[in-house]
Design a protein around this ligand. Structure first.
Ligand SMILES: [Fe+2]
Ligand SMILES: [Fe+2]
Length: 304
């Protein structure tokens, strides 16, 4: 894989830069007669007992949660990347500018996701809840070592790109505005993963073998915490779906909805990032075989 540097990140950042109103929203509203998340991400096709209208609604609920998830993870991403800039304050000014642009973009992305939440709310029945509180989760994540937090950040930024390129871009039947939100988001995300790939090994060099081993344990703990969030939010989303539809599903269908949406969220937020070839390459270059095994053992139960 070709390696980029900070100067190229600045160049790309300048070239793709967009404005929330002028480029993304453009006075438009969400089209609720269309899906938000494509089937490749929402995995709604697995629910063969749902009709097309119900599948579309479930994709819109998942799409709303998906946008809210980005808005909240970007809270701790900015905090950590800002902290990392410190190492460049009196050094590489090109790296500093690239990382400041990274933070500036993530602040704008949070604003975009805050802006669209009420625009989605007006088109959906009452009762939706997004459970994670951004500042609380950010504070908990940031208690971990920088190495572990960078491991999480790279994972997130790789799946962001993967979802857009593999599923959202190709789907012609999504709400135009929803699709554009993630088109423009993706454009500015491409440099973020590159910078994470530069900063993670830099951080790694500061650690002793013992410190790195503890950081691996922390990374496993963070993934378990993420999974706790996914369990709670998937359950809330399924309850909202059932209440809003007022449909009577059989007990086994309710079980399938709960386990299926949780599995979809685990794929969206954990496995599509962890299994990304660039993630595996970055992680494997830093850890030992036995540490890789510890990570795999921790992830295995989440695949069920
Ligand atoms: Fe972002
Ligand atoms: Fe990002």
């Amino acid at each position: 894989m070709r390696k980029y540097d900070y100067a190229e990140c600045i160049e790309i950042s300048k070239r793709v830069r967009w404005d929330i109103d002028r480029d993304v929203i453009r006075g438009r509203t969400f089209d609720f007669s269309k899906k938000f998340l494509p089937d490749g991400i929402s995995k709604v096709a697995q629910f063969d007992f749902l009709n097309e209208e119900q599948k579309r609604f479930l994709s819109q609920i998942q799409g709303r949660t998906y946008a809210n998830m980005f808005g909240f993870v970007e809270r701790f991403i900015v905090a950590k990347i800002l902290e990392i800039t410190r190492a460049h304050w009196l050094g590489d000014q090109v790296a500093l500018e690239a990382l400041v642009r990274f933070c500036d973009e993530e602040l704008k992305h949070q604003e975009l996701f805050r802006r669209i939440e009420p625009m989605i709310d007006i088109g959906m029945p009452e009762g939706y809840r997004f459970l994670p509180e951004p500042n609380q989760v950010a504070a908990a994540v940031l208690k971990n070592s920088t190495w572990a937090v960078l491991g999480l950040i790279l994972e997130i930024e790789l799946f962001t790109q993967e979802h857009y390129k593999q599923s959202i871009e190709a789907d012609q039947d999504l709400s135009d505005l929803y699709k554009d939100v993630f088109l423009f988001h993706w454009k500015e995300e491409t440099t973020h993963a590159i910078m994470d790939e530069l900063e993670w090994p830099r951080e790694d060099q500061k650690l002793t073998a013992d410190e790195r081993d503890r950081a691996v344990t922390e990374l496993i703990g963070i993934v378990a915490d993420v999974d706790g969030i996914l369990q709670a939010q998937s359950l809330a989303d399924v309850e909202y779906f059932r209440n809003a539809l007022n449909a009577s599903f059989r007990a086994e269908e309710i079980d399938l909805l709960r386990s299926g949406v949780l599995a979809a969220y685990r794929w969206q937020y954990i496995f599509s990032g962890v299994e990304h070839p660039r993630y595996q390459e970055a992680l494997r270059s830093l850890i030992t075989e036995s540490q890789a095994q510890r990570i795999n053992e921790a992830l295995a139960p989440l695949l069920n």
